[in-house]
Design a protein around this ligand. Structure first.
Ligand code: FES
Length: 104
């Protein structure tokens, strides 16, 4: 399945990922500019992405930990999510996200 990622410079990338992978892992493994310092433990917020509006309601609600971390992120927007907390599935094939400045 594919995801579409716009990087911090505005370039668009179509990335291939597998069912069950974290979106953060796909972005990181394809070499885009994402720190993901905690490795996916919802503890760093350096995997911050903005989710395209049309995909927002297809995602599971954020956990309290995710909400808390995003709350303390300066470039947070209403469509902010932690990409390590989004698991790929058929329902998310074609997902569009933009890397937040704070992910770099
Ligand atoms: Fe640290 Fe997502 S990788 S919160």
């Amino acid at each position: 399945m594919k995801i579409h990622v716009t990087d911090q410079a505005g370039a668009e990338h179509e990335l291939e990922g597998l069912d069950g992978w974290r979106v953060m892992e796909v972005i990181r493994d394809w070499g885009l500019n994402i720190k993901a310092e905690c490795g996916g433990a919802a503890a760093c917020a350096t995997c911050h992405v903005y989710v395209d509006q049309q995909w927002l309601d297809k995602l599971a609600d954020p956990s309290d930990d995710e909400e808390d971390l995003l709350y303390s992120t300066l470039d947070k927007k209403p469509n902010s999510r932690l990409s390590c907390q989004i698991l790929l599935s058929d329902a998310l094939d074609g997902l569009k996200v933009t890397l937040a400045p704070s992910a770099a």
